[in-house]
Design a binder for this molecule. Structure first.
Ligand code: NAD
Length: 354
Protein backbone atom coordinates (compact mmCIF):
# COMPACT_ATOMS: atom_id res chain seq x y z
CA UNK A 1 0.00 0.00 0.00
CA UNK A 2 1.51 3.29 -1.06
CA UNK A 3 -0.30 6.41 -0.05
CA UNK A 4 -0.48 8.94 -2.92
CA UNK A 5 1.47 6.63 -5.21
CA UNK A 6 3.00 7.89 -8.41
CA UNK A 7 3.49 4.85 -10.64
CA UNK A 8 0.78 2.21 -10.26
CA UNK A 9 2.86 -0.08 -8.14
CA UNK A 10 1.53 -2.63 -5.74
CA UNK A 11 3.77 -3.01 -2.72
CA UNK A 12 3.47 -5.09 0.40
CA UNK A 13 4.98 -2.24 2.33
CA UNK A 14 2.92 0.43 4.05
CA UNK A 15 4.42 3.75 2.95
CA UNK A 16 3.21 7.14 4.20
CA UNK A 17 4.44 10.63 3.39
CA UNK A 18 3.78 13.97 5.05
CA UNK A 19 4.84 16.70 7.43
CA UNK A 20 4.97 15.52 11.00
CA UNK A 21 4.52 11.89 9.86
CA UNK A 22 6.94 10.74 12.59
CA UNK A 23 4.17 11.52 15.05
CA UNK A 24 2.25 8.56 13.61
CA UNK A 25 4.93 6.13 14.78
CA UNK A 26 2.98 5.04 17.88
CA UNK A 27 -0.10 4.39 15.77
CA UNK A 28 1.94 2.36 13.28
CA UNK A 29 3.54 0.28 16.03
CA UNK A 30 0.04 -0.51 17.30
CA UNK A 31 -1.10 -1.30 13.74
CA UNK A 32 1.63 -3.95 13.63
CA UNK A 33 0.14 -5.41 16.81
CA UNK A 34 3.25 -4.43 18.80
CA UNK A 35 3.87 -2.29 21.87
CA UNK A 36 7.61 -2.38 22.77
CA UNK A 37 9.90 -0.75 20.23
CA UNK A 38 13.65 -0.35 20.29
CA UNK A 39 14.49 2.92 18.55
CA UNK A 40 17.66 2.84 16.46
CA UNK A 41 19.84 5.77 15.32
CA UNK A 42 23.44 6.82 14.77
CA UNK A 43 25.20 8.71 17.59
CA UNK A 44 24.82 11.83 15.44
CA UNK A 45 21.03 11.51 15.42
CA UNK A 46 20.58 10.43 19.04
CA UNK A 47 18.62 13.58 19.82
CA UNK A 48 16.16 12.87 17.01
CA UNK A 49 15.75 9.35 18.39
CA UNK A 50 15.17 10.67 21.92
CA UNK A 51 12.52 13.08 20.66
CA UNK A 52 10.79 10.18 18.98
CA UNK A 53 10.99 8.10 22.15
CA UNK A 54 9.32 10.96 24.03
CA UNK A 55 6.61 11.07 21.37
CA UNK A 56 5.68 7.43 21.51
CA UNK A 57 5.83 7.20 25.30
CA UNK A 58 5.27 3.75 26.71
CA UNK A 59 5.68 2.10 23.28
CA UNK A 60 9.38 2.97 23.51
CA UNK A 61 11.12 0.08 25.25
CA UNK A 62 14.67 1.29 24.64
CA UNK A 63 17.10 3.26 22.56
CA UNK A 64 20.18 2.08 20.68
CA UNK A 65 22.15 4.96 19.18
CA UNK A 66 25.24 3.13 17.90
CA UNK A 67 24.30 2.51 14.23
CA UNK A 68 27.35 2.77 11.95
CA UNK A 69 28.17 2.85 8.23
CA UNK A 70 28.17 -0.53 6.41
CA UNK A 71 26.29 -2.35 9.21
CA UNK A 72 29.18 -3.93 11.14
CA UNK A 73 28.12 -7.27 12.64
CA UNK A 74 29.53 -6.41 16.09
CA UNK A 75 27.24 -3.35 16.24
CA UNK A 76 24.28 -5.53 15.23
CA UNK A 77 25.13 -7.96 18.03
CA UNK A 78 25.29 -5.17 20.61
CA UNK A 79 21.91 -3.86 19.43
CA UNK A 80 20.47 -7.39 19.53
CA UNK A 81 21.59 -7.80 23.13
CA UNK A 82 19.89 -4.53 24.03
CA UNK A 83 16.69 -5.52 22.18
CA UNK A 84 16.57 -8.82 24.11
CA UNK A 85 17.27 -7.14 27.45
CA UNK A 86 14.32 -4.79 27.05
CA UNK A 87 12.07 -7.53 25.57
CA UNK A 88 11.49 -5.54 22.39
CA UNK A 89 8.75 -6.74 20.06
CA UNK A 90 9.51 -4.38 17.17
CA UNK A 91 12.12 -1.98 15.77
CA UNK A 92 11.98 1.67 14.75
CA UNK A 93 14.93 2.91 12.67
CA UNK A 94 15.23 6.69 12.37
CA UNK A 95 18.07 7.81 10.11
CA UNK A 96 19.85 7.12 6.83
CA UNK A 97 20.86 3.90 5.14
CA UNK A 98 23.20 2.95 7.98
CA UNK A 99 20.45 3.00 10.61
CA UNK A 100 17.90 1.35 8.35
CA UNK A 101 20.56 -1.30 7.65
CA UNK A 102 20.90 -1.99 11.38
CA UNK A 103 17.13 -2.48 11.68
CA UNK A 104 17.24 -4.91 8.75
CA UNK A 105 20.15 -6.83 10.28
CA UNK A 106 18.27 -7.25 13.58
CA UNK A 107 15.07 -8.22 11.75
CA UNK A 108 16.98 -10.90 9.84
CA UNK A 109 18.13 -12.45 13.10
CA UNK A 110 14.91 -12.06 15.11
CA UNK A 111 11.97 -11.71 12.72
CA UNK A 112 10.95 -8.50 14.53
CA UNK A 113 8.82 -6.15 12.41
CA UNK A 114 10.28 -2.74 11.53
CA UNK A 115 9.08 0.82 11.10
CA UNK A 116 11.63 2.86 9.10
CA UNK A 117 11.74 6.64 9.29
CA UNK A 118 14.31 7.62 6.63
CA UNK A 119 16.20 10.89 6.92
CA UNK A 120 18.34 10.63 3.76
CA UNK A 121 17.49 9.63 0.18
CA UNK A 122 19.50 6.37 0.15
CA UNK A 123 16.36 4.25 -0.32
CA UNK A 124 17.40 1.18 1.67
CA UNK A 125 14.01 1.15 3.41
CA UNK A 126 12.35 0.18 0.12
CA UNK A 127 14.55 -2.83 -0.63
CA UNK A 128 14.90 -6.43 0.59
CA UNK A 129 18.70 -5.98 0.38
CA UNK A 130 21.08 -5.97 3.34
CA UNK A 131 24.81 -5.27 3.22
CA UNK A 132 26.84 -6.17 6.32
CA UNK A 133 30.53 -6.04 7.22
CA UNK A 134 32.57 -8.40 9.31
CA UNK A 135 36.38 -8.48 9.62
CA UNK A 136 36.60 -5.81 6.93
CA UNK A 137 34.62 -7.81 4.35
CA UNK A 138 31.24 -6.63 3.08
CA UNK A 139 28.62 -9.17 2.00
CA UNK A 140 25.19 -8.49 0.58
CA UNK A 141 22.08 -10.63 0.77
CA UNK A 142 18.53 -10.31 -0.52
CA UNK A 143 15.77 -11.60 1.71
CA UNK A 144 12.16 -10.35 1.84
CA UNK A 145 12.24 -10.63 5.65
CA UNK A 146 14.60 -7.66 5.96
CA UNK A 147 12.37 -5.12 4.22
CA UNK A 148 10.61 -2.87 6.77
CA UNK A 149 6.85 -3.40 7.04
CA UNK A 150 6.14 0.32 7.43
CA UNK A 151 7.94 3.43 6.15
CA UNK A 152 7.15 6.93 7.36
CA UNK A 153 8.64 9.78 5.33
CA UNK A 154 8.60 13.07 7.23
CA UNK A 155 10.02 16.05 5.29
CA UNK A 156 10.66 17.89 8.56
CA UNK A 157 13.31 15.31 9.44
CA UNK A 158 15.18 15.36 6.16
CA UNK A 159 15.20 19.17 6.17
CA UNK A 160 18.15 18.98 8.60
CA UNK A 161 20.29 17.02 6.14
CA UNK A 162 23.11 19.39 5.16
CA UNK A 163 22.99 20.60 1.55
CA UNK A 164 26.16 18.78 0.46
CA UNK A 165 24.80 15.47 1.81
CA UNK A 166 21.40 16.23 0.32
CA UNK A 167 22.97 16.43 -3.14
CA UNK A 168 25.14 13.33 -2.86
CA UNK A 169 22.37 11.29 -1.25
CA UNK A 170 19.98 12.30 -4.04
CA UNK A 171 22.52 11.31 -6.70
CA UNK A 172 22.94 7.98 -4.88
CA UNK A 173 19.17 7.48 -5.21
CA UNK A 174 19.14 8.59 -8.86
CA UNK A 175 21.90 6.07 -9.63
CA UNK A 176 19.55 3.23 -8.67
CA UNK A 177 16.99 4.51 -11.16
CA UNK A 178 19.51 5.18 -13.96
CA UNK A 179 20.76 1.60 -13.78
CA UNK A 180 17.19 0.30 -13.55
CA UNK A 181 16.46 1.90 -16.96
CA UNK A 182 18.87 -0.48 -18.70
CA UNK A 183 18.67 -3.46 -16.32
CA UNK A 184 18.47 -6.83 -18.03
CA UNK A 185 15.33 -7.74 -16.04
CA UNK A 186 13.58 -4.36 -16.44
CA UNK A 187 9.97 -4.13 -17.58
CA UNK A 188 7.40 -1.40 -18.20
CA UNK A 189 6.56 -1.19 -14.50
CA UNK A 190 10.17 -0.74 -13.39
CA UNK A 191 10.73 1.81 -16.17
CA UNK A 192 7.80 3.85 -14.83
CA UNK A 193 9.06 3.60 -11.28
CA UNK A 194 12.59 4.63 -12.28
CA UNK A 195 11.34 7.61 -14.26
CA UNK A 196 9.06 8.67 -11.38
CA UNK A 197 12.09 8.71 -9.10
CA UNK A 198 14.30 10.56 -11.56
CA UNK A 199 11.60 13.13 -12.33
CA UNK A 200 11.05 13.83 -8.64
CA UNK A 201 14.74 14.64 -8.18
CA UNK A 202 15.16 16.49 -11.48
CA UNK A 203 12.30 18.78 -10.52
CA UNK A 204 12.62 18.90 -6.75
CA UNK A 205 16.32 18.83 -5.99
CA UNK A 206 17.23 22.30 -7.31
CA UNK A 207 14.48 23.77 -5.11
CA UNK A 208 15.72 21.84 -2.08
CA UNK A 209 19.29 23.03 -2.62
CA UNK A 210 18.12 26.62 -2.95
CA UNK A 211 15.86 26.40 0.10
CA UNK A 212 16.77 23.38 2.25
CA UNK A 213 13.74 24.00 4.48
CA UNK A 214 11.25 23.91 1.57
CA UNK A 215 9.12 21.08 2.91
CA UNK A 216 7.04 20.62 -0.25
CA UNK A 217 10.20 20.13 -2.31
CA UNK A 218 11.63 17.89 0.42
CA UNK A 219 8.52 15.72 0.35
CA UNK A 220 8.61 15.50 -3.46
CA UNK A 221 12.20 14.31 -3.32
CA UNK A 222 11.37 11.78 -0.58
CA UNK A 223 8.78 10.31 -2.93
CA UNK A 224 11.59 10.09 -5.46
CA UNK A 225 13.78 8.32 -2.92
CA UNK A 226 11.12 5.70 -2.31
CA UNK A 227 10.67 5.09 -6.05
CA UNK A 228 14.43 4.83 -6.62
CA UNK A 229 14.81 2.46 -3.67
CA UNK A 230 11.84 0.34 -4.75
CA UNK A 231 13.24 -0.08 -8.25
CA UNK A 232 16.66 -0.97 -6.80
CA UNK A 233 14.91 -3.81 -4.99
CA UNK A 234 13.29 -5.08 -8.18
CA UNK A 235 16.00 -5.26 -10.84
CA UNK A 236 19.68 -6.08 -11.07
CA UNK A 237 22.23 -3.27 -10.92
CA UNK A 238 25.19 -2.99 -13.32
CA UNK A 239 28.57 -1.28 -13.78
CA UNK A 240 27.84 1.85 -11.76
CA UNK A 241 26.98 -0.11 -8.63
CA UNK A 242 29.85 -2.54 -9.16
CA UNK A 243 32.29 0.39 -9.33
CA UNK A 244 30.85 2.02 -6.20
CA UNK A 245 30.86 -1.25 -4.25
CA UNK A 246 34.46 -1.86 -5.29
CA UNK A 247 35.61 1.64 -4.32
CA UNK A 248 33.68 1.56 -1.05
CA UNK A 249 34.81 -1.95 -0.15
CA UNK A 250 38.50 -1.64 -1.08
CA UNK A 251 39.19 1.97 -0.18
CA UNK A 252 36.40 2.76 2.28
CA UNK A 253 35.39 5.80 0.21
CA UNK A 254 32.20 7.50 1.46
CA UNK A 255 29.08 5.87 0.04
CA UNK A 256 26.86 8.64 -1.33
CA UNK A 257 29.78 10.85 -2.47
CA UNK A 258 31.27 7.98 -4.47
CA UNK A 259 27.94 7.42 -6.22
CA UNK A 260 27.77 11.14 -7.01
CA UNK A 261 31.22 11.19 -8.64
CA UNK A 262 30.87 7.91 -10.57
CA UNK A 263 27.35 8.30 -11.99
CA UNK A 264 28.14 10.48 -15.07
CA UNK A 265 31.17 8.31 -15.90
CA UNK A 266 29.37 4.97 -15.61
CA UNK A 267 26.55 6.42 -17.69
CA UNK A 268 29.05 7.52 -20.35
CA UNK A 269 30.44 3.98 -20.46
CA UNK A 270 26.97 2.56 -21.17
CA UNK A 271 25.24 5.29 -23.12
CA UNK A 272 25.83 3.92 -26.64
CA UNK A 273 24.97 0.35 -25.68
CA UNK A 274 21.80 1.52 -23.88
CA UNK A 275 20.97 4.56 -26.01
CA UNK A 276 17.23 3.93 -26.29
CA UNK A 277 16.91 3.10 -22.62
CA UNK A 278 18.71 6.26 -21.46
CA UNK A 279 17.04 8.72 -23.85
CA UNK A 280 14.17 9.60 -21.44
CA UNK A 281 16.73 10.43 -18.76
CA UNK A 282 18.58 12.86 -21.03
CA UNK A 283 15.30 14.47 -22.13
CA UNK A 284 14.27 14.89 -18.51
CA UNK A 285 17.51 16.69 -17.69
CA UNK A 286 17.42 19.02 -20.67
CA UNK A 287 18.79 16.96 -23.56
CA UNK A 288 22.20 16.09 -24.97
CA UNK A 289 24.11 12.93 -24.13
CA UNK A 290 22.78 11.31 -20.92
CA UNK A 291 26.21 11.42 -19.27
CA UNK A 292 26.67 15.11 -20.08
CA UNK A 293 23.18 15.90 -18.82
CA UNK A 294 23.95 14.18 -15.51
CA UNK A 295 27.36 15.88 -15.28
CA UNK A 296 25.77 19.32 -15.73
CA UNK A 297 22.91 18.56 -13.32
CA UNK A 298 25.30 17.37 -10.61
CA UNK A 299 27.70 20.26 -11.23
CA UNK A 300 24.98 22.90 -10.95
CA UNK A 301 24.07 21.48 -7.55
CA UNK A 302 27.66 21.52 -6.32
CA UNK A 303 28.26 17.76 -6.22
CA UNK A 304 31.83 16.52 -5.68
CA UNK A 305 33.58 15.90 -9.01
CA UNK A 306 36.59 13.74 -8.30
CA UNK A 307 37.57 10.56 -6.47
CA UNK A 308 40.77 12.40 -5.57
CA UNK A 309 38.83 14.84 -3.37
CA UNK A 310 37.18 11.84 -1.66
CA UNK A 311 40.63 10.61 -0.62
CA UNK A 312 41.50 8.08 -3.33
CA UNK A 313 45.19 7.84 -4.34
CA UNK A 314 46.17 7.72 -8.01
CA UNK A 315 48.24 4.62 -7.20
CA UNK A 316 44.96 2.76 -6.44
CA UNK A 317 43.62 3.06 -10.00
CA UNK A 318 45.13 -0.16 -11.33
CA UNK A 319 43.99 -2.45 -8.55
CA UNK A 320 40.49 -0.98 -8.32
CA UNK A 321 40.07 -1.25 -12.11
CA UNK A 322 41.17 -4.89 -11.96
CA UNK A 323 38.77 -5.64 -9.10
CA UNK A 324 35.86 -3.86 -10.76
CA UNK A 325 36.42 -5.79 -13.99
CA UNK A 326 36.66 -9.13 -12.15
CA UNK A 327 33.33 -10.97 -11.68
CA UNK A 328 31.44 -8.07 -13.25
CA UNK A 329 27.71 -7.60 -12.73
CA UNK A 330 25.73 -7.96 -15.96
CA UNK A 331 26.16 -4.72 -17.94
CA UNK A 332 24.77 -3.50 -21.28
CA UNK A 333 28.34 -3.00 -22.59
CA UNK A 334 31.01 -5.61 -21.90
CA UNK A 335 33.17 -4.64 -18.93
CA UNK A 336 36.78 -4.30 -20.16
CA UNK A 337 39.54 -3.62 -17.69
CA UNK A 338 41.43 -1.05 -19.81
CA UNK A 339 38.26 0.94 -20.47
CA UNK A 340 37.35 0.78 -16.77
CA UNK A 341 40.84 2.00 -15.87
CA UNK A 342 40.33 4.96 -18.23
CA UNK A 343 36.88 5.67 -16.73
CA UNK A 344 38.28 5.61 -13.19
CA UNK A 345 41.20 7.83 -14.17
CA UNK A 346 38.79 10.49 -15.44
CA UNK A 347 36.64 10.17 -12.32
CA UNK A 348 39.73 10.36 -10.13
CA UNK A 349 40.93 13.55 -11.81
CA UNK A 350 37.49 15.17 -11.96
CA UNK A 351 37.45 15.30 -15.78
CA UNK A 352 34.09 15.39 -17.58
CA UNK A 353 32.72 12.01 -18.73
CA UNK A 354 34.30 10.67 -21.95
P1 NAD B 1 24.20 7.27 6.63
O1 NAD B 1 22.97 6.60 7.07
O2 NAD B 1 25.50 6.60 6.93
O3 NAD B 1 24.20 8.74 7.20
C1 NAD B 1 25.37 9.54 7.13
C2 NAD B 1 25.42 10.52 8.31
O4 NAD B 1 24.39 11.50 8.15
C3 NAD B 1 25.16 9.83 9.65
O5 NAD B 1 25.98 10.41 10.61
C4 NAD B 1 23.71 10.18 9.93
O6 NAD B 1 23.38 10.17 11.29
C5 NAD B 1 23.61 11.57 9.33
N1 NAD B 1 22.24 11.95 8.94
C6 NAD B 1 21.34 11.20 8.30
N2 NAD B 1 20.21 11.89 8.11
C7 NAD B 1 20.40 13.11 8.65
C8 NAD B 1 19.59 14.27 8.76
N3 NAD B 1 18.36 14.33 8.23
N4 NAD B 1 20.10 15.34 9.38
C9 NAD B 1 21.36 15.33 9.88
N5 NAD B 1 22.18 14.25 9.78
C10 NAD B 1 21.70 13.16 9.19
O7 NAD B 1 24.21 7.56 5.04
P2 NAD B 1 23.31 7.01 3.84
O8 NAD B 1 24.00 7.49 2.61
O9 NAD B 1 21.88 7.31 4.03
O10 NAD B 1 23.44 5.44 3.95
C11 NAD B 1 24.60 4.76 3.52
C12 NAD B 1 24.50 3.29 3.88
O11 NAD B 1 23.28 2.75 3.42
C13 NAD B 1 25.62 2.47 3.26
O12 NAD B 1 26.10 1.53 4.20
C14 NAD B 1 24.93 1.77 2.10
O13 NAD B 1 25.54 0.55 1.75
C15 NAD B 1 23.53 1.57 2.65
N6 NAD B 1 22.50 1.46 1.61
C16 NAD B 1 21.84 0.25 1.54
C17 NAD B 1 20.86 0.08 0.60
C18 NAD B 1 20.11 -1.24 0.54
O14 NAD B 1 19.18 -1.38 -0.22
N7 NAD B 1 20.49 -2.21 1.33
C19 NAD B 1 20.51 1.11 -0.29
C20 NAD B 1 21.20 2.33 -0.19
C21 NAD B 1 22.19 2.49 0.78
Amino acid sequence: MLEGCMAEIVTEQKVRFGRGMRRETGEEIAALGRSRAVILSTPHQAEMAMDLAGDIGSASAGLFTGAAMHTPVDVTEAALTHAREVAADCLVAIGGGSTVGLGKAIALRTGLPQVAIPTTYAGSEATPILGQTEDGAKTTLTDPRVRPQTVLYDPELIATLPVAMTVTSALNAMAHAVEALYARDRDAETDALAMDGLRAFAQGLPAVVETPGDLDAREATQRGAWACGAVLGRVGMALHHKLCHTLGGMLNLPHAETHAVILPHATAYNQDAAADRLRPLAELLGGGRPADALWSFAGRLGAPRSLRELGMKEADLDRTAAAAAANPYWNPRPVEQDAIRALLARAWAGDPPA
